[in-house]
Write a protein of this length. Structure first.
Length: 261
């Protein structure tokens, strides 16, 4: 029995969900509350050392981190592969996935923070504008990466396509247009027309509609490249202000060792 602990606001969760669907696996989902609900549930904290989604439970195995989960799925369920056969192309898929999970995620998160979660904060519009600029720069890079190929590693959808799509679908409701990139736009439409692409886009639209209708004060998690983004653009005061107001938080510290070891 496969269970996915996820949240539709998390592109990493949606990447894993798309991977499960691509492989045609049967699974059930447990929705974890992020942002408004104040972070990880007690059950999630037990399963994830960083209190993050996604978590995949496959029988007795509990696996965290979307890249590790996708590699696990590829090895445990080799049908409908997501990685190309040729080693260089496999490395390319992993490399582009890593770029989506790090630099692109941070740029989109900056727009999300600046436009949705804390639009009232000082420097929010600068955060959103810098994020949008970086999203467009990365879109130009992916336009070049696609070149004349149907997908990022050739004729077949690979994990890098899933990772990129799961991120870029989120920029549409944020009002960042990537229409100026015709190859990338055609690639987006191609994936959106597949059942997994359509389901993913709907999950994002519903999540944004729920967030807009909610009166709860949303909170936002900062880590890794997201913090790097704030400092790189001289926006550390934004982050500091949000920490002071109790809206920005970080992944939890590991539990202390017994006897002060
Ligand atoms: N490297 C992790 C990143 C996962 C991650 O950052 N998840 C975020 C959502 S996008 C999360 O669960 N945050 C906890 C929270 O917001 O409380 C992965 O690839 O799975």
């Amino acid at each position: 029995m496969i269970i996915l602990f996820w949240n539709p606001f998390s592109p990493y969760s949606r990447k894993v969900k798309m991977a499960l669907d691509h492989k045609g696996l049967v699974y059930s989902c447990v929705m974890e509350g992020l942002f408004g609900e104040g972070g990880a549930s007690a059950e999630l904290k037990l399963k994830s050392p960083r209190g993050e989604v996604p978590i995949l439970q496959d029988g007795d195995r509990v696996i965290w981190d979307s890249r590790v989960i996708c590699e696990y799925l590829e090895e445990a369920y080799p049908a409908n592969p997501m990685l190309p056969a040729e080693p260089g192309q496999r490395a390319r898929s992993r490399q582009l996935e890593a770029l989506c999970d790090s630099t692109l995620d941070a740029a989109i998160y900056a727009v999300f923070a600046g436009k949705v979660i804390c639009k009232d904060a000082p420097l929010a519009s600068a955060m959103a504008a810098q994020g949008a600029d970086e999203v467009r720069a990365l879109a130009a890079q992916f336009e070049r990466e696609l070149g004349s190929q149907r997908f990022l590693c050739g004729d077949r959808l690979c994990l890098a396509d899933i990772a990129l799509y799961a991120q870029l679908v989120g920029v549409v409701p944020l009002g960042v247009a990537v229409d100026a990139f015709p190859t990338l736009s055609a690639w987006m439409r191609r994936i959106r027309q597949t059942p997994i692409g359509e389901q993913d886009a709907v999950a994002v639209e519903e999540a944004f509609a729920r967030a807009r209708a909610s009166t709860k004060q949303l909170r936002h998690q900062w880590r890794g490249e997201r913090i790097e983004f704030a400092f790189r653009h001289g926006l550390e005061a934004f982050l500091d202000g949000e920490v002071q107001r109790g809206r920005a938080y970080f992944p939890p510290s590991p539990p202390a060792l017994p006897n002060g070891q």
